[in-house]
Design a protein around this ligand. Structure first.
Ligand code: NAP
Length: 231
């Protein structure tokens, strides 16, 4: 049985990914920073719960220990992410605003990957999925007519661009692990006050597809539910 851990799985895209992978037969760890909400989500899904705050090294180390003690790990999905202050004008953005968003969106996946790599390397088919965004794509954010080119969000967009390169670097460093970035697409969740145009089912298509690739699947790629996303 494939064992999968999803960060930020107590709601929205993370929760729907967990639901779909449980339905596909994965043994799923719902990782969440809030014990009550995380446990409730895991119980609803028939999944396991582990507390994990991606900004807190101690909680990540404890989570890795708990997972190692009970199951091992085949698939790690770095889904937890924050948008920062919606609608903030660029002249008001401070270095602290970037630091805050990077702590979760950039340093979070690095901390979690570092902690879980030893476990993943014991799997016969290890996979990492980093949930990025088209908002982190140079190509998409500079293509007139695309929705990504109409929004300026310095902390969030640059954090996802960093996550893309982090994905590429890990993929090149660990050829035995399938490591890919995905763009869910604009999806109605708390993240955007439910203004997204896709359902969570649509928003999780690329995440679920990449979670299920085998050892011969791609690595170092960036895709959405329609195919390749240009960097
Ligand atoms: P969401 O509704 O805001 O949910 C985010 C999840 O991340 C929540 O479970 C949240 O936990 C968790 N989280 C935030 N900070 C965390 C931390 N420090 N440690 C652990 N968990 C933390 O967002 P979403 O729409 O599901 O987005 C999920 C991912 O998709 C994000 O990486 C986002 O950038 C990406 N994405 C979303 C869209 C979209 O349109 N929705 C588009 C492109 C990419 P709490 O409940 O405790 O806050």
């Amino acid at each position: 049985m494939t064992t999968t851990l999803i960060t930020g799985a107590n709601k929205s895209l993370g929760f729907e990914t967990a639901r779909r992978l449980v339905a596909d037969g994965h043994d799923v760890w719902v990782a969440a920073r809030d014990e009550g909400r995380g446990r409730a989500a895991a119980e609803k899904l028939g999944a396991r719960f582990v507390r994990l705050d991606v900004t807190d090294e101690a909680s990540i180390a404890a989570a890795a220990q708990a997972v190692a003690a009970e199951t091992g790990l085949d698939v790690l999905i770095n889904n937890a992410g924050i948008v920062g202050q919606l609608g903030q004008e660029i002249q008001d953005v401070t270095a602290q605003d970037l630091q805050h968003v990077y702590d979760t969106n950039v340093l979070g996946p690095v901390r979690v990957i570092q902690a879980f790599i030893p476990l993943l390397r014991r799997s016969v088919a290890p996979v990492i999925v980093n949930v990025s965004s088209g908002m982190g794509s140079f190509a998409r954010t500079t293509e007139p007519g695309r929705s990504e080119s109409r929004i300026i969000s310095l902390p969030y967009c640059s954090s996802k661009t960093a996550l893309n390169m982090i994905t590429s670097q890990y993929a090149r460093a660990y050829p035995d692990i399938r490591i890919n970035a995905v763009d869910p697409g604009y999806t109605a969740t708390d993240f955007n006050r439910h203004s997204g145009t896709q359902t969570v089912q649509e928003g999780t298509d690329a995440i679920v597809a990449m979670a299920k690739i085998g050892p011969d699947g791609p690595t170092g790629s960036f895709t959405d539910r329609h195919g390749t996303v240009p960097w």
